[in-house]
Design a protein around this ligand. Structure first.
Ligand code: FDA
Length: 299
């Protein structure tokens, strides 16, 4: 972030919450479950598959972590009742990793049982690098008995291709994203060109080995390269999907994906905890924060 963006971002933090809420409406699928389910039905009818994520992270007590786990169980039930084409993503620290790896693992295990009951799927979002080892080890342990479990790998980490090679098995299903947390240069690429190069290397490897990959990016140069690699490896649509965050304007690409019969999955964060999430989105892409200002002046 350059200095002007930093100042702008810091200024936003002192804005009243209701202003940030205007911005949130674009990136948060809903503030309540009911609102979110209605949006999901509409997006399913347009051909999008979905991933639901209850906003929040770094749960501080075992009760709270259990409560969030229950909310996710109810979410599986709602998906089923509403006949939605949607699965779930969950953050380790949201279901208790700050209280220890075992708390995270036992809550995830409960969620996997629920996912199994509804023949659904759950993916573990990847958080900052101090959690990568724990996340991958819990994933590997639970995957042995529950193949409806997926993982996320981050292209900015130097270790990722090696991790993918270690994880590879015929039913691996992973999402590849660039990575959103601040990481140091000894473990993570810092420059966009380097991150993109690593992203493409990993994508190339996954497609060549027919490992199921969720290509999660809004970067048009990577999307273009994905098309080239899909062609190069004669990859079948059953082996990949495109993923994007709800609210990011990529209509041209969605049309192209649908024309090719490629699956598109939108990541739908929702719930009460919209404020921090919105600030993160603004920090990630300060230029779109102008949207807040434009809306302010429109009202
Ligand atoms: P990049 O940041 O280079 O952006 C490419 C273009 O898209 C730019 O022009 C930019 O302006 C635009 N753009 C990017 N983000 C935008 C936004 N929010 N709104 C509007 N325009 C935007 N990270 C992580 O560490 N762990 C995780 O589990 C996940 N999960 C995840 C799921 C899905 C479905 C996606 C799409 C992303 C994630 N991420 C994530 C976030 C990811 O790591 C990354 O930070 C963002 O996707 C931004 O990177 P891009 O690949 O889009 O490229």
């Amino acid at each position: 972030m350059n200095i002007i963006n930093t100042i702008f971002f810091n200024t936003l933090k002192i804005f009243p919450k209701r202003f940030i809420k205007i911005f949130s409406k674009r990136y948060v699928a809903g503030f309540t479950l009911e609102e979110t389910l209605n949006i999901c039905k509409n997006l399913n009818s347009k051909g999008f598959a979905l991933t639901l994520d209850i906003l929040g992270e770094h749960t501080k007590s075992a009760e709270e972590a259990k409560n969030i786990t229950n909310q996710y169980q109810n979410l599986f039930e709602s998906i089923h009742k509403n006949n939605l084409d949607a699965n779930i993503s969950v953050k380790p620290t949201h279901i208790g990793h700050d209280l220890g790896k075992e708390t995270f693992k036992s809550n995830l295990s409960i969620l996997l049982d629920t996912a199994n009951n509804y023949s659904n799927f759950i993916r573990i979002d990847m958080e900052s690098s101090n959690l990568t080892d724990d996340t991958l080890s819990v994933y590997s342990d639970l995957f042995k008995e529950n193949e409806n479990l997926g993982i996320v790998l981050q292209a900015y980490l130097h270790r990722t291709l090696k991790d993918l090679r270690n994880l590879s098995n015929e039913n691996l299903n992973f999402r590849l994203c660039k990575g959103i947390y601040k990481e140091s240069s000894d473990i993570a690429f810092q420059r966009k060109e380097e991150i993109n190069k690593n992203y493409i290397k990993i994508l190339d490897y996954a497609l060549s080995k027919q490992i199921y990959i969720g290509i999660a990016t809004h970067d048009e140069s990577i999307l273009e390269e994905s098309y080239r690699l899909i062609k190069k490896h004669k990859a079948k649509p059953k082996n990949f999907e495109f993923q994007a965050l709800y609210g990011v304007p990529l209509d041209k690409w969605y049309k192209r994906h649908f024309r090719n019969n490629y699956k598109v999955r939108l990541y739908m964060p929702f719930g009460d905890d919209w404020y921090d999430y919105s600030l993160r989105r603004i920090k990630e892409n300060p230029s779109i924060a102008m949207y807040v200002l434009k809306n302010l002046f429109k009202k």
